[in-house]
Design a protein around this ligand. Structure first.
Ligand code: HEC
Ligand code: HEC
Length: 490
C-alpha cells in the first residue's frame, strides 16, 4: 500500500525535521542572523525580542517577585557582581580609533579591517564559526557573504564579540589569554619587542591582528603583489609594526590627527603602539555597553529584569553552578577550562591539526583543550558560540555544559555549522571524544525544561537595549585612506 507508506514517511520526516527548524529559528532570532540576503543585517529585530516588551508590570504577583528580588540582590552581592563600567577615554584617541577600526590601511593586502571580523552589523563578531581574513574576493562583505579566497585558510578560532573589553577588570585577551596583564606584568607573544607605552590588555591586544598572516598581514606569496608587510619573518614584530605605522603616518590626514591626539610624542616616535592606543580607546568607548537589564538591576532598578530572567539568574548563581566560572562583574573568572567542545577547522598546532587551547601557551597538560571562560554580556546576539563557533543555539550551548559526553557523541556538524566548508574539518571520532572528555569539566546538575528556559531568559537580559541601532551608528561615512569597511557589500 504505497499511499500509506508515503504518508507514514512524511509524518516521520516531519517529526525528524522538527528540531532542525526549531534550531534554525533559534539561531536566526538569537544571533541576529538574517534569514535572507535581502532581509539584510539592518533588519535584526533586537527591539522586538527585547526585554522591555516583556512587561514586568504585567506580572500580577508582586509580593512573590520581591522575595526573589531580595534573594537575587543578596546572591549578587555575595558574589561581588557589579554593574559593568566604561572608563572615560581621551576623545581624540577614540575618534582616531574609530577611523582606524574601519580602515583597511593596517592590513598587508589592504582588504581587511578590524571591523571585518568585529563588525557593528554583526554585533562586534562576524556570525561565522571561523572567520575569513585577508585574500577574500568580496572584500566589503561581512559574515557569511564574505567568501574565502583561493589558497587561504580559515582563522582557527571564533571571532569573539568585543563588548566591554575596556573594563578595568580585564587582565587577559584571546581564548588562550596569550595577552595578559595579570599581576601587573604584561605578557604577549612579542616578548621584549612590545612597546612599553602599552599598559592595558586591550591596547596590547590591538598590536597583534595585523601581524597574523591569515587575519590581516597576508601570505609569503602576497609579497609579489606589493605587500611589504608580508615580507617580514613571523617573529619580527618590530619590522611589521614599523611598516604598518609608516603606512598610516604617510597619510597626511592621519599624520596630522596623530600629532594633534598625541602632542607629547615627537613625530619621529609615533609608532604602531599609538595606533593600538587609539584603537583601544575607540573599542572601550564604543563597545562599552553598560546598560543591559541585568546592569540596570545591579544599579538598583528592580523593574529592569523580567521575572523569568530573575529566576534564571538565581539558577545561574545557584543550582546550575554557572558562577563557578562565569564569575564577577565580567561574568568570567578569566581562567581556562576544558569543556570538550568539538574540534573544528585547521587547529592551532600544525603537527596535530588540533586546537589544544591554553596548553599551546603554557605546555602544561593540565591546560589541554582549556579555553578562557567567555564573558556573557550581549551573548544572545553573538552566535555561533564557543571558541570555534561549534554551536548555533544557546540551548545547545547549555546542553553541552550540562552533559558534554552526550553532546559530543550526538554532535551533528551539519545542523550546527552554517559554513559548509567547515563540515569536513570536524574531528569528532570516538578516540578524540574520549581524549577530550578525560579532563573535561562537567556541570553535573539536572535542570528541567522550564529551568533551562529561565536560564536562557537570564542570558537575554544581558543584552543592551537597542543594540543593533547603537552599533550601526558607529560606522564612519569615510576613512582617510578611502578604504572603508562598511560591511554593506558596496
Ligand atoms: C580575520 C578576522 C579578524 C580580524 C581582521 C581581527 N580580529 Fe580580533 N579576533 C579574531 C579572532 C579569531 C580572535 C580570537 C583569537 C584567539 O583567541 O586566538 C580575535 C580576538 C580579538 C580580541 C580579544 C577579545 C577577547 O575576549 O579576548 C579583541 C579585543 C580583538 N580581536 C580586536 C581586534 C582589533 C582591534 C582588530 C584590528 C586591529 C581585530 N581584532 C582584527 C578575529 C579577527
Ligand atoms: C567549568 C567552568 C564553566 C561553568 C561551570 C560554566 N561555563 Fe559556560 N563556558 C565556560 C567555558 C570555558 C566556555 C568556552 C568553552 C570553549 O569554547 O571551549 C563557556 C562558554 C559558554 C557560553 C558561550 C559563550 C560564547 O561567547 O561563546 C555560554 C552562553 C555559557 N558558557 C553559559 C553558561 C551557563 C548558562 C552555565 C551554567 C549552566 C555555564 N556556562 C557554566 C566555562 C564554564
Amino acid at each position: 500500500m504505497p499511499i500509506h507508506h508515503s504518508a507514514l514517511l512524511r509524518a516521520l520526516l516531519a517529526i525528524f525535521m522538527l528540531p532542525f527548524f526549531c534550531l534554525a529559528k533559534d539561531f536566526r532570532t538569537s544571533s541576529g542572523w538574517p534569514a535572507t540576503r535581502s532581509q539584510g543585517y539592518k533588519s535584526q529585530g533586537y527591539k522586538s525580542q527585547g526585554y522591555k516588551s516583556q512587561g514586568y508590570k504585567a506580572q500580577p504577583r508582586q509580593s512573590q517577585v520581591s522575595g526573589t528580588d531580595a534573594k537575587l540582590r543578596a546572591v549578587l552581592q555575595a558574589n561581588g557582581v557589579e554593574a559593568i563600567d566604561t572608563p572615560a577615554q581621551d576623545p581624540k584617541h577614540a575618534a582616531l580609533g574609530n577611523l582606524l577600526f574601519f580602515d583597511r590601511i593596517i592590513c598587508g593586502n589592504n582588504d581587511t579591517a578590524c571591523a571585518t571580523c568585529h563588525h557593528p552589523l554583526t554585533s562586534t563578531s562576524d556570525t561565522l564559526s571561523l572567520g575569513v581574513g585577508t585574500g577574500s574576493p568580496n572584500i566589503n562583505e561581512v559574515g557569511i557573504f564574505r567568501v574565502m579566497g583561493e589558497e587561504r585558510e580559515f582563522v582557527p578560532r571564533n571571532s569573539p564579540d568585543i563588548f566591554n573589553r575596556g573594563s578595568v577588570h580585564w587582565t587577559s585577551m584571546f581564548w588562550d589569554s596569550r595577552v595578559s596583564t595579570a599581576g601587573g606584568v604584561a605578557t604577549s607573544p612579542a616578548g621584549a619587542a612590545l612597546p612599553s607605552e602599552l599598559v592595558k590588555p586591550l591596547q596590547i591586544q590591538a598590536m597583534f591582528p595585523p601581524t597574523s598572516r591569515d587575519e590581516m598581514r597576508g601570505s609569503h606569496e602576497d609579497v609579489f603583489n606589493g605587500n611589504d608587510v608580508a615580507a617580514f619573518a613571523d617573529d619580527d614584530f618590530t619590522g611589521i609594526w614599523g611598516a604598518l605605522s609608516a603606512r598610516v603616518m604617510d597619510n597626511d590626514i592621519y599624520r596630522s590627527m596623530f600629532l594633534d591626539a598625541f602632542p607629547e610624542v615627537p613625530e619621529a616616535d609615533l609608532g604602531f603602539q599609538h595606533v593600538a592606543i587609539a584603537l583601544a580607546a575607540f573599542e572601550t568607548e564604543a563597545f562599552g555597553m553598560d546598560d543591559s537589564p541585568f546592569d540596570e538591576f545591579l544599579r538598583g532598578n528592580t523593574q529592569a529584569m523580567s521575572p523569568a530572567a530573575k529566576r534564571g539568574a538565581l539558577l545561574f548563581y545557584g543550582k546550575a553552578g554557572c558562577v563557578d566560572c562565569h564569575s564577577g562583574t565580567l561574568l568570567t573568572d578569566q581562567l581556562h577550562h576544558n569543556l570538550a567542545v568539538p574540534q573544528i577547522g585547521p587547529g592551532k598546532n600544525p603537527l596535530t591539526g588540533l586546537d589544544h587551547g591554553r596548553m599551546g601557551i603554557t605546555a602544561d597538560p593540565a591546560d589541554e583543550f582549556a579555553f578562557r571562560t567567555p564573558p556573557l554580556r550581549n551573548v544572545a546576539a553573538t552566535g555561533p558560540w564557543m571558541h570555534n563557533g561549534a554551536f548555533s543555539s544557546l540551548e545547545d550551548v547549555i546542553e553541552h555544559h550540562l552533559d558534554p559526553k552526550k553532546s559530543l557523541r550526538n554532535y551533528r556538524a551539519r545542523w550546527q555549522l552554517i559554513q559548509p566548508d567547515l563540515i569536513p574539518t570536524v574531528v569528532n571520532g570516538r578516540t578524540m571524544q574520549d581524549w577530550m572528555l578525560d579532563t573535561a569539566e562537567v556541570v553535573d546538575v539536572d535542570l528541567s525544561r522550564k529551568e533551562k528556559s529561565d536560564l536562557i531568559e537570564f542570558l537575554h537580559s544581558l543584552t543592551a537595549p537597542d543594540l543593533a541601532a547603537r552599533l550601526q551608528a558607529l560606522i564612519p561615512a569615510a576613512v582617510p585612506s578611502g578604504m572603508l569597511e562598511n560591511g554593506l557589500g558596496e
